[in-house]
Design a protein around this ligand. Structure first.
Ligand SMILES: NC(=O)c1ccc[n+]([C@@H]2O[C@H](COP(=O)([O-])OP(=O)(O)OC[C@H]3O[C@@H](n4cnc5c(N)ncnc54)[C@H](OP(=O)(O)O)[C@@H]3O)[C@@H](O)[C@H]2O)c1
Length: 372
């Protein structure tokens, strides 16, 4: 009676060892690949820049002058580089901005390099449903086509803050705001695609940090109004939601991890800097036990991507013909990549989509005090 369980336990230990060693070997291989910038099946890798991936790809149209893209969060970091490179390739860029002054500076910078570039600035606050609605009606009144939507804007906060719709601020901005933006622009994208015969594309900028979220820590109502707040965890939940969103829309939509890039997103948050930059290591150290993020900071800094490398996956997924027809996928370093099993879960994606639609419908029907 006692022998069977002990064999069983022993087998489990052996199996577990095998799994861990396979996983470690895989992680080591991935790590070396990343460090060496080895190209994947797409012909690009972690070292590829946004300029390289858009120069080399065969483009969906003979000239990009017909394409119009909306790039959120383009006043800084990865979004600014994405907008610069797409504009350089002749794409008309609509930039939704919180601060028109910052937007004007971006426009000036881009047009200095590409004098022909067409840049349109419109105001938006992605944490506010009312502001997103205003932006969309302003954009739609311009009667422009819409080929590409890049849901890039993002925020991280260690403080628990609430949006004007009374929703936790990071989740409201990173996920809900982009969900509503996508919903309100979908018809225009479908119409453009039907008129031009060019497939429309949506890119959700997510993060590898999404894999930190466990199933029992992903409850919609708690994400709207959390009891406890951890900045990193809230951020990771919003990034998981970005991937799940990319599994549901009925147009071509993919999610990307841009890499770990030193941008403004981490300027005020030392703890977060440590967490964010240590992400590639977390998979290794999670297997081994406790992670001391602060001690990893120094090493991790050596692995940061430049913004031009950070914008490459977004630009690749937005323009490359190689991913024509690919939808609901997750990309990193310009290649299709694996995301967590939770991010792959179709029923989780459907449930999140239904809950989000219900919330948005409810909120949009509610008159706000200042509108009365
Ligand atoms: N950096 C990384 O290592 C890393 C890694 C993985 C994923 N990502 C993702 O990459 C994306 C870009 O991040 P980044 O690193 O380039 O950060 P960043 O330099 O801080 O840029 C963030 C952008 O989002 C805009 N934004 C923030 N809140 C907004 C709101 N309520 N309404 C409208 N715009 C808003 C900011 O506008 P203002 O100029 O007005 O502040 C800024 O343009 C994010 O989705 C982020 O989660 C980054």
């Amino acid at each position: 009676m006692c022998v069977l369980p002990s064999i069983y336990i022993h087998s489990c230990v052996v199996l577990l060892r095998k799994v861990v060693s396979c996983r470690l070997t895989m992680i080591m291989k991935e790590g070396l690949r990343y460090l060496a910038g080895v190209a994947g099946p797409s012909g690009y890798g972690s070292n590829s820049t946004a300029e390289q991936v858009t120069q080399d790809c065969s483009c969906p149209l003979p000239s990009h002058h017909h394409l119009t893209a909306i790039v959120t969060g383009a006043t800084s970091g990865i979004g600014a580089e994405t907008a610069r490179v797409l504009a350089k390739r002749g794409v008309r860029i609509v930039v939704p901005v919180r601060d028109l002054k910052k937007g004007a500076q971006l426009k000036e910078r881009i047009q200095k390099e590409s004098p022909e570039a067409k840049i349109i600035l419109l105001e938006i606050d992605l944490s506010s449903f009312a502001s997103i609605k205003r932006f969309c009606s302003e954009f739609l009144s311009l009667n422009l086509p819409l080929n590409i939507l890049i849901n890039n804007a993002g925020k991280f906060s260690n403080k628990l803050e609430f949006s004007e719709d009374k929703i936790e601020m990071t989740f409201a901005t990173n996920y809900l705001g982009h969900f509503l933006l996508t919903e309100l622009l979908l018809e225009k994208m479908i119409e453009t695609s039907a008129k031009t015969g060019t497939q429309g594309r949506i890119v959700n900028v997510s993060s590898v940090i999404h894999s930190w979220v466990e199933r029992d820590n992903f409850y919609f109502n708690q994400m709207l109004q959390p009891n406890k707040h951890s900045g990193t965890h809230t951020y990771a939940q919003s990034k998981l939601a970005n991937i799940l969103h990319a599994r549901r829309a009925n147009v071509t939509i993919n999610a990307v991890h841009p890499g770990i890039v030193k941008t403004e997103i981490i300027r005020d948050h030392k703890g977060f800097i440590t967490g964010m930059h240590a992400v590639p290591f977390c998979f290794i150290f999670r297997t081994c036990g406790h992670i001391e993020l602060h001690s990893l900071f120094f090493v991790a800094c050596k692995l940061l991507k430049s913004t031009s490398q950070g914008a490459s996956t977004t630009c690749y997924v937005a323009l490359s013909q190689k991913i024509e027809g690919v939808s609901g996928s997750y990309f990193a370093d310009c290649n299709e990549s694996c995301c967590s099993s939770l991010a792959n879960d179709e029923s989780e994606a459907l449930q999140l989509w239904k809950q989000t639609r219900a919330l948005i419908n409810r909120k949009l029907r509610q008159p706000r005090a200042k509108d009365l």
